[in-house]
Design a protein around this ligand. Structure first.
Ligand SMILES: Cc1cc2nc3c(=O)[nH]c(=O)nc-3n(C[C@H](O)[C@H](O)[C@H](O)COP(=O)(O)O)c2cc1C
Ligand code: FES
Length: 642
């Protein structure tokens, strides 16, 4: 382990690493992020180790276990260099062939390539449509770094920004660069990072803290986890630069306990940074003392709120407190504390390295740089995408996401996590940035994007998010504790067919109270999914209340499955697949659903062959009377048994 006692030592070490690297040595990178890990990437890695050992190729092929590449649903992702061939959905059983054909012979294994819409295999990861439209300035290094090997970060230019700040900038100059970049916080509010840093720096105190918020409690969001897991040194480098600019000697990384790989990789990174002299009494021999502690959060959504998080770090219950004085002035143990999100910190080295002018050249007038989104839901390609601020939503959903599966129609995107709002189809060309999303009644939040299709009920969607928020409310203040509960009660009854006239207006009234009078932003923003679905999809609420119908056919209490006797061909598929025996009928006999036994799981609807289309989902109308038992089917051409 080299001890880097000066900036010159860092530069020398990097040169040595570059000199030792032979670009012609074959290299296999295996994604080992949580997504790929769940798809057995560790077994894929083991298979490569075994195969290379068996073939006597030890030391002749570099094996690199990287962090998440973003396209987790297609894991395990394996890239072979120098050919730059990327294979998706690699299984341990594929490894022997990959070594024999691609690593040794340079041949491409067609079946492991990504296929475009015309079925053509794509070789390079960057050419896959999911990646082609991205600008992965913050996230892109993940693919080239082993998070447990600091040298793989240094060789990519890691810690050069820190060296630049220490060597060429005063703390205030480093801070001014972040201010000039107009970096807005990526954790939710979009507050300007530079202004917050300045407040913390200027607050009178001999002790200041800097903190990374890696709580990431939003369902469906995992960009912070993937950054921390895949490139912990990038976050750490940003934090050290921030500490230098603000004048902090202690830092905390608050990471949720449910992120074991992130915690493990981060702990490794901190140990290595210590050994290298990047943390400790004199960072890179500069005389700046800085140290970091990891605080594991217990996984409560509300603990991601700044004052709650700071209470948790102090060892108290992670609940918000009134912020008469900002945490940047009086935070942990009453000392000025600067809290930023993982992605915000990870962006800082880029700004210092390339300059504020470069950074402000990307994005929109008020939102600069790029943003990582977690694109999930009813979209063909799900995963993490990093795009310049201002990219139209349509491009994200269609060009990168590949559109809506099964030819269904797009309905909306829920942005901003559980307390965000829905963006309906008419706003698909909205440029995605902090202010445009706010104007559209939603928010950026931490970057969750959940795509909803025509089969998604908007009342049920609001109910789902509100249920999450009501459960996660700490209960300390009445508007949030009682208001969310009452709203949930109303949404529950609307979804179960017991909605009443006046319920929508009542919801709107409660929304105002909860938004206006809650203690923290959990309550303040919790009504967003309700109000934005009412504004954009009021007719769906009305149909539930007045016609007892769910237009999307999603609310179980409001739908029924019925077999059209004119269309049923007695193929028996529904009958055989019904788990509760709710379907009667027989060979050549019309099948009938017993409405009392049916659990509305929808299996009969899914298995009925499209050429018959005999199972019908109905809502808001009475189920037609069943045909008498023993009714013979009306045979049609191409029918069953024909
Ligand atoms: C209920 C609630 C949960 C939050 N959870 C997170 C979180 O998980 N991660 C995060 O960075 N910010 C979260 N925030 C926002 C933080 O309070 C804070 O604004 C943010 O960490 C500041 O960092 P930034 O300026 O870099 O965005 C949450 C806010 C609220 C109200
Ligand atoms: S974990 Fe492998 S692509 Fe995300």
């Amino acid at each position: 382990m080299p001890r880097l006692n000066s900036i010159a030592d860092l530069e020398r070490h990097r040169s040595e690493l570059l000199a030792a690297h032979d670009a012609d040595t074959p290299r296999v990178t295996i994604c080992s992020g949580t997504g790929c890990h769940a798809l057995r990437s560790d077994k894929v890695h083991e298979a490569f180790v075994d195969e290379l050992t068996l073939g006597g190729l030890d030391g002749r092929v570099d094996l690199l276990r990287t962090g998440c590449h973003g396209f987790c649903e297609r894991g395990t992702i394996v890239t072979i260099l120098p050919q730059e061939v990327t294979y998706l959905q690699v299984k341990p059983e594929d490894v022997a062939e990959i070594v024999a054909r691609t690593v040794l012979q340079g041949e491409v294994i067609d079946r492991l390539l990504y296929r475009d819409g015309d079925g053509v295999g794509i070789l390079r990861e960057d050419d896959i449509p999911f990646y082609r439209h991205q600008t992965p300035f913050v996230f892109g290094l993940n693919r080239f770094i082993d998070p447990k090997d600091i040298d793989t970060y240094i060789v990519q230019g890691g810690y050069a920004a820190l060296a630049k700040a220490l060597d060429q900038m005063s703390p205030q100059q480093a801070l001014d660069e972040v201010k000039a970049a107009n970096l807005r916080g990526r954790g939710g509010g979009g507050f300007p990072a530079g202004a917050k840093w300045q407040t913390t720096r200027d607050a009178p105190s001999d002790v200041r803290y800097v903190v990374v918020n890696a709580d990431e409690g939003d369902p469906g969001a995992y960009m912070d986890r993937s950054l921390l897991e895949g490139n912990p040194h990038r976050v750490l480098e940003g934090l050290i630069i921030g500490a230098y600019a603000i004048g902090a000697r202690h830092g905390f990384i608050y990471v949720r306990q449910e992120y074991p790989i992130a915690v493990e990789n981060l702990s490794f990174a901190l140990d290595q940074a210590h050994e290298y002299g990047l943390l400790g009494p004199s960072v890179l021999g500069s005389g700046m003392a800085f140290d970091v502690r990891v605080h594991r959060g217990a996984g409560a959504f509300v603990s991601g709120e700044s004052s709650a998080l700071m209470c948790a770090i102090e060892g108290r219950v992670g609940e918000p407190r009134p912020k008469y004085v900002r945490t940047s002035v009086s935070g942990i143990w009453g000392k000025p504390t600067n809290l930023n999100n993982v992605e915000t910190w990870a962006t800082v080295p880029l700004i210092i390295d390339k300059g504020a002018e470069w950074f402000t050249g990307i994005g929109t007038k008020t939102s600069k740089g790029t943003k990582i989104f977690s694109l999930v839901g009813k979209v063909n390609n799900t995963g993490l995408v990093e795009v310049p601020m201002g990219m139209p939503l349509r491009q994200v959903v269609y060009d990168m996401g590949g559109g809506i599966p099964k030819g269904r129609a797009f309905k909306a995107v829920q942005t901003g996590g559980p307390s965000g709002g829905v963006i309906p189809e008419r706003l698909l060309d909205l440029p995605v940035d902090f202010d445009e999303l706010d104007k559209a009644g939603s928010m950026m939040g931490s970057g969750g994007m959940i795509v909803l299709d025509e089969d998604t009920c908007m009342v049920d969607t609001a109910r789902y998010f509100l249920n999450f928020l009501a459960e996660e409310s700490c209960g300390k203040c009445v508007p949030c504790r009682e208001g969310l509960y009452q709203m949930l009660e109303i949404l529950n009854r609307i979804c179960t067919g017991d909605g009443r006239e006046g319920d929508i207006e009542l919801l709107e009234e409660i929304v105002e109270t909860v938004q206006g009078w809650s203690l923290c932003a959990l309550g303040g923003s919790a009504p967003n999914p309700v109000i934005s679905t009412i504004v954009n999809f009021r007719a769906e609420y009305e149909a539930h209340i007045r016609e007892k119908a769910c237009p999307a056919g999603a609310c179980k209490a409001l739908i029924s499955y019925y077999i059209d006797p004119q269309k049923c061909q007695a193929c028996m598929l529904c009958l055989k697949n019904c788990a509760v025996g709710a379907i009667s009928g027989g060979k050549k006999l019309v099948h009938v659903v017993d409405q009392d036994t049916c659990t509305k799981c929808g299996t009969c609807f899914d298995v009925c062959p499209s050429r018959f289309d005999a199972v019908v989902k109905i809502s808001g109308v009475p189920v037609p009377e069943a045909v008498p038992e023993g009714t013979q089917v009306t045979r049609k051409r191409g029918g069953a048994n024909e």
